[in-house]
Design a protein around this ligand. Sequence first.
Ligand code: IVH
Length: 673
Amino acid sequence: MDIIQARERAEELRRIIEEHNYHYYVLDQPMITDQEYDALMQELILLEDRFPELVTPDSPTQRVGGKPLEAFGTVRHRAPLLSLDNAFGDGDLRDFARRVESALGQPVAYMVEPKIDGLSVALTYENGLFATGATRGDGETGEDVTQNLKTVPTVPLRLREPLPRLEVRGEAYMSKEAFRRLNEIREERGEALFANPRNAAAGSLRQLDPRVTASRSLSVLVYEVLSVEGKEVASHAQALNLLVEQGFAVEPNRRLCRDIEEVVAFCREWTERRDELPYEIDGMVVKVNDLRQQAELGARSKSPRWAIAYKFPAQQAVTVLEDIFVRVGRTGVLTPNAVLRPVRLAGTTVSRATLHNEDIIREKDVRIGDTVVVQKAGEIIPEVVEVLKERRTGGERPFKMPETCPECGSAVARPEGEAASRCTGGLVCPAQVREAIIHFVSRDAMNIEGLGPAVVAQLLDAGLIHDAADLYYLRYDDLVKLERMGAQSSRNLLDAIEASKQNSLAQLIFALGIRHVGSRAARVVADHFHTMGRLQEADFDELVTVPDIGPKIAESIRSFFKEEHNRQVLDKLAAAGVNMTAGEVPTGAQPMAGKRFVLTGTLEGMTRQEAQSRIEALGGQVAGSVSKQTDYVVVGANPGSKYDKARALIESNAAPGLSILTEEELMAMLEKY
Ligand code: IVH
């Protein structure tokens, strides 16, 4: 490569990297993985090393971190917030200890703490009150996110003692569970998903509206006293204890180690245990404990000499992709999966990985027989990151998405603009039926213990169930005959099924597996409609008035209930005694049970809400729109199109059971009971 080509490439790389920086730091919506980003950066660094005359002051290699958002105020840190050097193995840890101990001329004790994968924040307290909170920014200047940090419950607004001044540093992060829930909501709303908890935390903290931050379940764990007035601390361990005493959250899994061998052992232990924690950690931080020793060691320009970050081994491995098979999910989506030659990865043996969809396979040019890099991100199933094309022998075969469903033979369709291919078989597809039932019994849904995927498959194969409602009609004699189902487990399973009848309406709605209706949307509609019947009757316009229910969810709920089969399943569930109500369950006599009312126009003697509650208290249902199933349309002043529709139905004899009531007639009816 000559200098002209090098200059062109360097300029191109800078443009691309800046674009990704913008997406990552400003928009919080990365378009590429960290590995891909690192590769671009590495290429630029190498290029600039080889041709130093190409280095420009604005090259992304010349700055650390992202620009503060202009919309936030900036905070100049009193002293620069340093970063840490990395150690990639036991050898690097021992080298670090040798440097430290030879500089100090004596043995040293180290504090070792999990390294939380979030974003660094600096908090300042004045006279015991939370005064300023800032992001790290470029280390010198950060963004003022005080108002947002005030919404984080683990940030104390007042210290236990009115210390004149305290500056601390910690990590703002999102727990794995909060991250999962946030993405679930975003999926329901059709919004872009966050790639990992760290990006979600950054996106949530850098919100101009603190209410959004407040809704995002952020946490802060603090790990460093930058300065303190009014207290003496001699060691890092004491500093952390001080923080605990003042009301901060401090990572509990820290250990004071007497020498570097203890440090090595502790780091190894957490390499295995990292998945146990409710938040993601990407390594361990090792710090010289004695603060005088820290001061003596001092710092380089960007990082202290008294600390190092032990990075866990990459959760990546290289293996051969032996085959690709297609799995059919609950909604009929076909997901290609890789069969891998078994390989050790982050403490487990991996033999499967997801390939997501056809486009991704094409983009990465994955072929059967390829040597690939697989990676485990958090607890999610491993994925194929890239193909090592230089290892190809010529015998590799490209993958083609099947044109018919591998489970039921129905046609596979891929709608315009969608990445997913779907089986069009619906209920004739045994895979979709099976997955729907597995979802129905899962933990956040009906939570039926003892009913794992294998038992569901057994019950289907034996013809004992055909849909989820059939579970409530299983008998002891059916179960006990199944393989690996003894008397005790059969009884336990029946008990668990019985107990699930009392589950909340929200759980049941979620369990139905209506597309785009996650557990949150299910809760919202359960709270709003109170009964399955009312949800079933709600029309599109009524559904979209419910907070957080958009047109996509509303449409999906409508089409679910339009499906004859789904209504039958619901009838079977209701007949089995599965709970279909939320909140106050009417207990008195139910003379209006099964009667469906529609209200239109303005009522004079009571509000619509009152009318509705009184009808429901007597067992009736109030729906949003008129249909052949409606029994009564109550007409107030200035009625709308519902009245016209009711008259048309009556006039054409389409709804023999339908009558029109005035407000007085309704009152008379209510009073009768
Ligand atoms: S100490 C000068 N302790 O890791 C000391 N950092 O790569 C600076 N981090 O920017 C940091 N947990 O955001 C320290 N227990 C911990 C930490 C921790 C997470 C982050 C922090 C820092 C980055 C360094």
